[in-house]
Write a new protein. Structure first.
Length: 210
């Protein structure tokens, strides 16, 4: 059975191989070392999920840490536990690695599907805003910034657009009138506006039903 020290040596000596296969197998080994502790403590498992994203980005396999494996693990929770325990009980690294790589493929498919839905949503909303009577140029600029800032406030929009309070307010009002932004607090002051349709797509990609 592979122990922690052996895995550390493997990481140090094998990272010169830049292939997806080799490095994903190494990430699978790291995930087992941190993920097995999920049975004992949640926090260390959360650190393990973070390490996966950081390693994949660090090795240049992805430009950003966008691979969300937790959803795939949650979908196959029972199999996840069985595979973790099988390494500890019987040294079944092949079974764990096969399961891990299956989850990588599933997470990649999830990411592609989410990106397509977001791209379609942005295209639809751009057409809606462009054809709306209340639309201003700052409103269109704000719409283009919403994917990176799906929750905004009036002071935040002033900073994003580098503009005055009245201009920022009109941009927000235009997007609210076009049903792109929605005010979430119900307050008259310190309001917060959400790009709810965008956030909903992101939530669908991080939730397990059933």
């Amino acid at each position: 059975m592979l122990q922690n020290n052996s895995v550390s040596v493997t990481f140090r000596t094998a990272t010169a191989d830049g292939s997806w296969n080799t490095r994903l197998v190494l990430v699978a080994a790291d995930r087992w070392l941190t993920g097995r502790s999920y049975l004992e403590t949640f926090n260390r498992s959360s650190i393990g999920r973070l390490l996966i994203a950081l390693l994949v980005e660090h090795w240049g396999l992805l430009e950003s840490p966008l691979l969300y494996l937790s959803l795939a693990f949650k979908r196959h929770r029972a199999e996840y536990y069985r595979a973790l325990l099988a390494v500890r009980a019987a040294g079944d690294w092949e079974g764990w690695t096969a399961f891990f790589l299956q989850c990588v493929r599933e997470a990649a498919d999830d990411g592609v599907n989410a990106a397509r839905r977001l791209f379609a949503l942005l295209g639809k909303d751009r057409r809606t805003v462009a054809n709306h009577d209340a639309t201003t140029v700052p409103a269109i600029r704000l719409l283009d910034l919403l994917p990176e800032h799906p929750m905004v406030t009036l002071p935040g929009v002033m900073e994003l657009l580098d503009t005055t309070k009245p201009t920022a307010g009109k941009a927000i009002d235009a997007l609210c009138t076009a049903s792109v932004l929605k005010e979430t607090t119900g307050r008259q002051r310190d309001r917060v506006y959400a790009y709810e349709a965008y956030l909903k797509v992101l939530a669908e990609d991080t939730a397990v039903t059933g």
